[in-house]
Design a protein around this ligand. Structure first.
Ligand SMILES: [Zn+2]
Ligand SMILES: [Zn+2]
Length: 164
């Protein structure tokens, strides 16, 4: 699926081809909540890094989260969180451990995205009390992250990238 995206101020525009465009994975971890999810969670979808075209690249900043886990020394995540330096909009995550993939934030996409038949509420072990986590039959709850990849979820739900 061909997607167009932008930050809020318009300094950055991008296009990308997404084989996993359903915005079903709500990540409630503290990085997502702080950097891209005021209401509680962020949503990243799956796309092909080779297809990413960017206008306004000079306005992009990159954040590497420092991971602090009990009993471990703090370590810097290799994942690059790209955002607009002018307006602060979260744009996409790229991780050198999976270089062929790019994960745009659903919030940055201007093309209408398909509505997911179910959502996965992930990272629930980090949810603060005030966040209203969606519950019910169509909301799968997950303490950390699901085993199933974005691509496998799409295959299980019968989405074919060729069909769009
Ligand atoms: Zn901007
Ligand atoms: Zn997260």
């Amino acid at each position: 699926m061909h997607l167009e995206g932008s930050c809020h101020c318009g300094a950055v525009h991008f296009t990308v081809n997404a084989d996993s465009p359903y915005p079903y994975l709500h990540c409630h971890c503290s990085i997502c909540r702080k950097t891209a999810g005021s209401g509680g969670y962020a949503i990243n979808i799956g796309a092909d890094m080779r297809s990413l075209r960017v206008r306004g690249r000079k306005h992009i900043g990159v954040y590497h989260a420092v991971m602090r886990e009990p009993g471990k020394r703090p370590w810097r995540s290799p994942a690059e969180r790209h955002f607009c330096q002018l307006c602060g909009s979260a744009l996409w995550v790229w991780d050198p451990r999976y270089p062929e993939l790019v994960h745009p934030h659903a919030s940055a996409i201007d093309t209408p995205l398909p509505r997911p038949p179910e959502t996965v509420e992930a990272g629930l072990k980090w949810v603060p009390e005030w966040v209203d986590v969606p519950r019910g039959r169509q909301h799968v709850h997950c303490a950390t992250w699901p085993e199933e990849s974005l691509a496998d979820w799409h295959r299980r739900h019968g989405f074919s990238p060729e069909r769009g």
